[in-house]
Design a protein. Sequence first.
Length: 636
Amino acid sequence: MCGIAGLVTSEPVPGTTLAAMRDALGHRGPDDRGLAAWRRNPAGAWQACADDGPAHVQVAHTRLAILDLSPAGHQPMRDPSTGTTLVYNGEVYNYRELRDQLVSKGHRFASSSDSEVVLAAWREWGTAMFPRLVGMFALAIVDPDAGRLVLARDFAGIKPLFVARRQGRLAFASEIKALLADPTQERRAEPAAIWHYLAAGLTDHLPTTCFAGIERFPPGSYAIVDLTRPEAGWQTTAFWQPVIRPVRDIPFAQAAREVRDCFLDSVRLHLRSDVPVGAALSGGIDSSAVVCAMRMIEPGLDLHTFSYVADDPAVNEERWADLVVAHTGAQHHRVRIRAEELRDGIDDLIRQQDEPFGSTSIFAQRRVFEAARASGIRVMLDGQGADEILAGYSMHLPARLADCLRAGRLGEAARLAVAIRRRHPGLPMLTGTAAQLAGGGSAERLRGWRWRRRTGRGVVQEWFRTRCGWPPPPAQHGGPPLVRDLRRSFTVTLPTLLRYEDRNAMACSIESRVPFLTPAMVDLAWSLPAGHLVARDATGKSVFRAAMRGIVPDAILDRRDKISFATPELAWLRGLGDWPEQILCGPAAHAIPCLDAAGMLAEWRAVREGAVAFDWRVWRWINLVRWSELHGVRWD
């Protein structure tokens, strides 16, 4: 787990720019750092040169040592026979199996790192290596003999990669803050991205970021860049896509066995590490399954778990986490937070996250990683991604109902509707199901109307209309309603959650791993009948609950409530006195033309006094104002 950065320019650039970009990523890799550079000679060949002098091509790396802690894992890593050079952020968990294959083909290794395996795999298989890599990664490969740069990102976008292109210049980095360390990079707001954030709290599903001119490299893809034309558009090629596969006619018990085996295999791979490994534990099904699987696979593991404990009983899951701790014998660490800690730490968190974020739960997550770091843990496993692939959210229930109706199973649909109404009385079941039956376009139009309605008095909608129209909600995909809905969650909701986790973990120099997110787990889950994912009584993740029987305590698996790592946001904001008002009607708020300071203040006061129900809008306004001020964002 590391940080990477690079510059490709038509005219030589001093190494000081890339050094500043690399240093902005120091938290991602405190153990080692390196640079490599090339210049194009008069004959047109690319030659290595001093890394502190002017160069056309430069790459940088900061290292968090997880596998092979010796200097043999230093990057940039160069293939001595070809000169091909790798900078790599991530972890390939099946590196031992790949290494054995490569040794059988004549490759020799000087380290026990996965980085060297990736470099040898590139030499052996080229772009065909990417589907072979089980893990998370963002990487850059400089091939000077071929005059090309290769960029790639893992199948789900677990590891970040950003690019900025303009005339004669390409920059890339693991985090936006590294690109902003380049003094030539402008800091201007991107209207469409800001609209998606204010309307729905989404920030990471679009190619564009909240900074105009800075783009997200697409997940599951690679691109080949001509070193002589760095600003030119390139063709990204997908090596994995979240396709909807034919539904298998498979008995429920067999499906549960396959899910169990696949999940345990994944956790086993994710435990590979040369440093201490711990786990985040909320007490929900997903994190509990990860922790219990860790104990089952490695009974002698010195297992440390970390939980945020809310003071509000409505969102407190401590008793569930305690059940898992008692079951596994883990050493448990609890994190509690006071409202004033949010006020004092919010600016640092906003800087670290780079883009605005949707709720104060991100602050609680950051504190959990801080506790892990203080306890000497350098790798954490987490349950992220299970809800998106196994139908764990109540918002997927209308799609499940639509599946029944579309198949003509009216009796099953009636029983399911009754169960949904009983368990989730506030869910817009009728409109959601109707939109699913009508097709993706209807669902998108309904969602777009809701977005415009719920932005509130604090948003100047005309500002967006005149600059980017009404940016549509993310498009639905084809296929059966439930799997179509899951695919949308995977490509729209999940990227934002992965960004939160990556920045929070790396701010504490911790590698966070997500064993639910492997191509094998996704492909298996989406090949199962809808009734295996959501049962007839509206129980989500039904097949996974069955798969974990005997591994996870029954009381956890039988939970029907879902808290989703929530924080007492309204209580925190109320406990901060006039701090929210100072932000919402301060000079920085008045400087943002898409916000109405008077409208924001009026709505916050109504929420604070209980006249209207709390939702996420107030926090998004506060966050956007501080983000704009801290990053010096232009709004012209």
